[in-house]
Ligand binder design. Structure first.
Ligand SMILES: C[S@@+](CC[C@H](N)C(=O)[O-])C[C@H]1O[C@@H](n2cnc3c(N)ncnc32)[C@H](O)[C@@H]1O
Length: 384
């Protein structure tokens, strides 16, 4: 027979996750999960409990965890799973109130999951990670497996979070304002909120904007259901509605249609966003407006080439403008081309004072080829 408090005490230093499920009489919650978090540089554990479709969070010290094990957890849940960096152990409640440790133990993957097809690629937020909002969004099954048809989307958002983690892993958790323009069903928004607020312990205010009222309402419901107080969604046309004047730390876009990306970047530079991670979507503006008249003519001859050249020109102009606005910018491959043709990310961090160099060259090019580019027109309205 195993004593749950002793087992948990031994596991805490290397804990990845503990899940308490199948409540019995006396359990206050339908399910509870414990995972390590770092809050203001302090290693703690977050206890996430579910009741009436709501999530409740508490941040605990090691001692608090053992107290909670004694007073709230042990003997109240039929099944307990404890995962550490060394392996996973299952415990089943016995009639006498003690636990039987299941013989099976496997070595889990980093991030907590142990699924088959993650073996080829280990994600920061692995399959099996207890992100319940992803179940509501249809990305995970209730057993926390990736829904097959959502695998490409999952790969994209995970890659996005990995790139965000590269930038923020050394940032001390504190207040953080994030905006997502064209958030749509908000897979990315939820997973980013989870990463910052739950996994890292930032005090996050995050707003997702989208045109579609029904989608925005649904996302708001899911955020409420999991007690994600810092996350809200608003209906807005980012190309014309007035958005709040806010200082923001991070602006993200993932496939925000056509010029919505330009409006997002314009908002970011006008509000001095410290960091921008933007994966543009389809881009029709230059393709529609570009005309012949110079050295590029040969590239405009075939529709498919003109389309691609226009898209590359668009993102190069966007990057150049951000540089002029004081950002250090790089353009990187976001996911492999075979997973999405819209696979370029503009990554920018505010580093220096604005200057006016690329804008002039972009303006010259636009005049010579007769094209329009929305971000250029937004930051340089009369070509002045
Ligand atoms: C291809 S979806 C991407 C959604 C989400 N970011 C994702 O990657 O799953 C593009 C979203 O941008 C939204 N959108 C397009 N133009 C917009 C605008 N002007 N203002 C706000 N949202 C816009 C659309 O409604 C749609 O939900």
């Amino acid at each position: 027979m195993a004593d749950l408090k002793t087992e948990l005490a031994a596991a805490l230093p290397r804990l990845q996750k503990a899940v308490f499920s199948q409540p019995v009489e006396g359990a206050a919650y339908q399910k509870a999960a414990l995972r390590p978090v770092t809050i203001k540089g302090r290693p703690l554990f977050q206890l996430e409990c579910f009741r009436d479709n709501k999530a409740f969070h508490r941040n605990l010290t090691q001692e608090d965890c053992l107290l909670a094990a004694d007073e709230e957890l042990a003997g109240r849940y039929r099944q307990v799973l404890i995962m550490t960096a060394d392996g996973a152990a299952q415990y089943v409640l016995r009639r006498d109130g003690g636990y039987r440790k299941s013989a099976k133990s496997s070595v889990p993957l980093p991030g907590g999951g142990a699924p088959a097809h993650d073996r080829e690629k280990r994600y920061l937020l692995a399959e099996g990670e207890d992100i319940p909002a992803l179940v509501d969004l249809g990305v995970f099954t209730p057993e926390l497996r990736i829904v097959k048809s959502r695998y490409d989307k999952y790969r994209q958002i995970n890659r996005f979070v990995e790139l965000i983690d590269d930038a923020f892993s050394s940032v001390e958790p504190g207040p953080l304002t994030v905006m997502d323009f064209g958030c749509g069903k908000s897979y990315l928004t939820f997973i980013l909120y989870y990463y910052f607020a739950v996994k890292r312990g930032f005090d996050v205010e995050m707003i997702g904007y989208d045109l579609k009222a029904d989608v925005v309402a649904r996302c708001g419901e899911i955020a409420g259901k999991y007690g994600y107080d810092g996350l809200r969604f608003e209906v807005a046309d980012v190309s014309k509605d007035t958005l709040p004047d806010k200082e923001i730390d991070l602006l993200v876009t993932l496939h925000a249609c056509d010029m919505a990306t330009d409006y997002a970047l314009d908002y970011a530079v006008r509000h001095g966003a410290k960091r921008i991670f933007s994966v543009p979507c389809c881009q029709h503006e230059i393709d529609r407006s570009i005309s012949r008249g110079g050295d590029l003519d040969i590239l405009l001859r075939y529709g498919i080439v003109r389309e691609r050249v226009s898209a590359l020109l668009t993102d190069t102009i966007r990057a150049g403008i951000l540089e002029d606005m004081g950002y250090e910018v790089d353009l990187i491959e976001f996911v492999d081309l075979s997973h999405s043709p819209k696979n370029l990310m503009i990554r920018a961090e505010k580093k220096h004072a604005p200057r006016r160099k690329n804008i002039l060259r972009c303006r010259e090019l636009a005049e010579r080829y007769g094209f329009t580019q929305r971000l250029l027109d937004l930051v340089d309205p009369q070509g002045e």
